[in-house]
Design a protein around this ligand. Sequence first.
Ligand code: PLP
Length: 828
Amino acid sequence: MHPVLPRALPGGLEGLTELALDLRWTWNHAVDALWQEVDPDLWHQTHNPWVVLQNVSRHRLDELDADEGFTSRLDRAMDGRRRYFATPGLCAATPSEAMPRTIAYFSMEFGLSEALPLYAGGLGVLAGDYLKTASDLGVPMLGIGLLYQQGYFRQTIDNAGNQDAVYPYNDPTSLPIQPAFDPDGSALELDLPLPGRTLRLRVWRAQVGRVDLYLLDSNHVSNAPVDRGITSRLYGGGPEMRLLQEVVLGIGGWRLLEALGVDVDVCHLNEGHAALLVLERARRCMHERRLSFREAWWTTRAGNVFTTHTPVAAGFDAFAPALIHKYAKGLLADCGISLQELMALGRVDPNDDAEPFNMTYLALRGCAQSSAVSRLHGEVSRRLFERLYPRWPVHEVPVRHVTNGVHMPSWDSSWADALWTSACGQDRWLRESTCLASVATCEDADLWELAADQRADLVHYARDRLALQLGQRGEDPERVSLAGQVLDPNILTLGMARRFAEYKRMTLLLHDEERLVALLTNTTRPVQLIVAGKAHPDDEAGKRQVRAWLEFARRPCLAGRVVFLEDYDLAIAQRLVQGVDAWINTPWRPWEACGTSGMKALVNGGLNVSTLDGWWAEAYDATSGWAIDGGGGDAEDAHELYRLLEDEIVPSFYERDAHDIPRRWVARMRASMTRLAPSFSSNRMLLAYLDDFYRPATRALRKRKKKDSAPGLAEWSDTVASHWHEVRFGDVDITLDGEQWRFRAHVYLGDLPLAWVRVELYAEEGEGFPMQCIPMREGASVSGVIGGYEFSAGVPAAHAPGRYTARVRPWNDDAFLPAELPFIAWQR
Ligand SMILES: *Cc1c(COP(=O)(O)O)cnc(C)c1O
């Protein structure tokens, strides 16, 4: 049923298919010239090798086949490709203990390229960057996602400034993907039991260098029309459609891994959408290894990692209980757990039948390790999830963080690429990041020229885009031709692009329009601004903000200093982050979990002006960018932003020395490129996940699978759970013993074995004190009491003893705690 194969090519050109189908062309531009040669017009229009290859004329192909110059250039490109694959990545080159065999990365969206538009925003772009990074570093990863027929909406804007949503159809044959095959060589299809029918899924494979991305697709002729549409739109449709998409991604995704026959150690859930996977993985393990569901749940959980991406509870996916009931019956019938037990996994209160089923909670419970996406977001997330870990101090809520990063080779301009290559070599992003600091030795003049080249390129791009969009709106040709005169390649260029979600405050700069006009039109130190972004189709307030920018940009007095580019996407993002001098981002703190667009400017020498939120709260220092607080009101923040622009940003851009170089500005570019670009590269991010999450996951999973340690853990946790109510403190004695306070606590464990708990003396962080957690040592049994023990510990007498509180927690060296068993009992 998969009719799609690449067209037949003349013998000498067969390599072109391989090149066009590997999305490595999205970050490796060495072969761009080849595609340009194949068909300059198509290349210019699309920058998409796959489209070029599918549409170039047969006649042209025959010409190229006969052109020895071309075929030898193609051979060289194929050699380069073989070299990439033959060179072990940073990780493969340093094999070590507990390297996962395969990491399956699940995401509802993947933003790899405009040629494969399966994303809405930052979450997808991050997932795309992550796969590219895994390819570069040789981390054994594959991606699992959905193939949307229509993807996310595209933005058009009419003459009155109204945003409209359009949904172009993604014809799979025009996408750089191929049908996926099972190990026997037949086209892969999967069946999922849904109420009253079986859902049949097609499977596609996109190649991202060394990494494969598998895409599930419900648009199969044998499905009912409504089911064919499950994978129609990203974040479209109502709750039931969303749940069905999550069933396909999570449950279908795990079944796909089995059908492919890959040995997966780690499943990484990029956001909670794929959370159902944890149930399916356990269910399958239960049958395969003849375990109880609880045992299988404990075994497989070690291999699951969850990353949460939202800082507000409203951002979590939650479903009405009836919807879950409807689908759980068929899908999880043979799990041997009751509906009540299942529902409890997605609820704060297991006994509240009205509480919706929350996918984020399921993910937290079904993954032994969880992370947030920036330090600040870690703090916010721990507060959000506190209720799932009752009586635990908030900082011990088991959610750590790995700050996001971006795949630098996907975002650098050709000029930046050349500059970094001369300073740090061709394969700089494939090695340890230490070499990257040598970009610090670049001349000021070179950095300044980099900015000029990139800015000029962006100005031309923006003019072309503007002419195109004005033409499409039906503006008269005179106005369209004026687009060629907007912007100026020598003016300080600010960029601002993102979704028009309320918290992003896209119109903060318009707070005092006259003040902004004065900045833009200053005769000696003018400023120009490029804005882009989509408002969600149902978000009327966001659409009004889009209109506000369009109306502002039309003011005659601005003389083309402000341009709004329609239909913000990866292609526009790339050009913007390459060409702007400064990137502005003004969310409310702490609503931006991380934010990545500003990181994309780093490699190109763009400077950040941003709220101290998300990544910028960790990255900012006064040598490399500018910050506004973001915790105040809109008026205060707007004022602070204007002040920064007027007093600091504009002057440091325009104050030139005798060589006409703005030394202060260039010093910031250098600091930002040297210090920040390596830290916010996705290499750092992926290596952190590998060392701090994937390796511990792999180690624990293997241990649990070996002998019968998993039943051991399940039994341990069940016993602890059934006896925990017996655990309590008796007397706690505090005596002065020389330089120490000696604490002696009587602890009653009922029938719980002593070895299954740990007793600690805990002190909260206070003024001048760090948080402390001191293990208490077991002494004698309390005489005459079964299950009563004395525990003791000493602390320096300098601290008031009242700061310390004794506590008991379940303990098992093989468990991730408190994530996997969040009990705790306190002395008081
Ligand atoms: C990077 C990127 C985003 C995410 O950027 P934020 O800073 O998180 O808003 C969204 N959309 C596109 C097209 C991007 O390239």
